[in-house]
Design a protein around this ligand. Structure first.
Ligand SMILES: O=C(O)CCC(=O)C(=O)O
Ligand SMILES: [Fe+2]
Length: 344
């Protein structure tokens, strides 16, 4: 496969084929493609959030019950009437397309969006750790930085700011429901989550010539759980997100009116496993590129995350310790061990 990247080149694709050359030449890759089973497409539980604001107490109670049930049984759900306009979501998608069409060289080296461009998976040691994607990963407070404006991208900055604010409100409303359900007051949770610690990630999954979606190969984003409290995701119409349900992968049918919400590791620990942080991954498409945007609710690194209920299934740890353990594990083994490292 041809993938030449000359200095000063205008090519916008990251050199994924070149970076995975050794893995692609390995026979394992082709046997891996054959071993996965067919993945069924499903609709995630759908929750209409207009009932959360209802004057009718019973409607509010039922809506909260649906959120709690989905967070406990699936760890993933979709929300409608989430308070973020379709216009804003479509606008950010247009801006995202423009951003990723920049030449690769520029994305890597011009410091755009807080110098947060990442691509592929440098830690990949085998085919199942293969990541066919590129992303910008920006803390909310850096969106407004001068560095992030970059002339032609001032409209991107504006829509990211608006989206960050709207997603932060939505995240808080959902966290309130989940916290109250466990009998705690919602005022101080999630603790120490603010503009410095929460971030937006703009994802792009280039078309992948090795894609076999019917068998679940190859990965745009390897199987993982999110290392945060809560994630809110907007995906385009292409599809590719898969979620682990009852020990099987299921493919999430895209819905342009809905946002996807998932529980992260920190909420699972905090809730003493009442809510589930579930493995998910993204499968590439052979012909079409895919875009998504994720908002991650994270606390400051010195925040302590412990389970509240006793006996606690987790020892108390800071978010900083958690991140470091995850990074060390990934570097050493190519895999994230996550919460299992902190179980008592
Ligand atoms: O792009 C997607 O659908 C999922 C992204 C995701 O899981 C993540 O960024 O952690
Ligand atoms: Fe994720």
């Amino acid at each position: 496969m041809k993938e030449v990247l000359a200095i000063g080149s205008e090519i916008s694709e990251p050199p994924l084929v070149t970076s995975y050359q050794a893995l692609l030449q390995n026979n394992d890759f082709h046997s891996h493609l054959k071993t996965e089973s067919i993945v069924q497409e499903i609709d995630l539980p759908m929750i209409d959030l207009c009932n959360l604001q209802s004057e009718n107490r019973e409607k509010r109670r039922l809506c909260a019950e649906e959120i709690v049930k989905a967070a406990s049984e699936w760890g993933f759900f979709q929300v409608l009437n989430h308070g973020i306009s379709l216009e804003l979501l479509e606008e950010i998608k247009r801006e995202q397309v423009k951003l990723f069409r920049l030449p690769f060289e520029k994305k890597v080296s011009s410091g755009i969006l807080n110098d947060s461009y990442r691509w592929g998976n440098p830690a990949a040691l085998s085919v199942d750790q293969f990541s066919w994607s590129e992303a910008f990963h920006v803390p909310l407070d850096k969106i407004s930085d001068e560095d992030c404006s970059h002339g032609e991208f001032s409209s991107l900055r504006e829509s990211m700011k608006n989206l960050g604010m709207a997603m932060s409100n939505l995240g808080r409303a959902l966290a309130d429901v989940l916290v109250q359900n466990l009998g705690y007051s919602c005022g101080n949770f999630p603790k120490n989550c603010d503009e410095k610690t929460c971030f937006l990630r703009l994802n792009r999954y280039p078309p992948c010539p090795f894609s076999r979606p019917e068998t679940g190969a190859a990965c745009g984003l390897v199987s993982h759980t999110d290392s945060d409290y809560l994630t809110i995701l907007y995906q385009d119409h292409v599809g590719g997100l898969q979620v682990m349900k009852d020990s099987r992968w299921v493919a999430v049918r895209p819905n342009r009116n809905a946002l996807i919400v998932n529980i992260g590791d920190l909420f699972q620990a905090w809730s003493n496993d009442a809510y589930k942080s579930v493995e998910h991954r993204v499968i590439t498409n052979a012909k079409r590129e895919r875009y998504s945007i994720a908002y991650f609710v994270c606390p400051s690194y010195d925040s302590t995350i412990g389970a509240n209920a006793q006996p606690s299934r987790y020892r108390s740890f800071t978010f900083g310790e958690y991140r470091k353990q995850v990074q060390d594990d990934v570097k050493r083994t190519g895999k994230k061990f996550g919460l299992s490292r902190f179980q008592v």
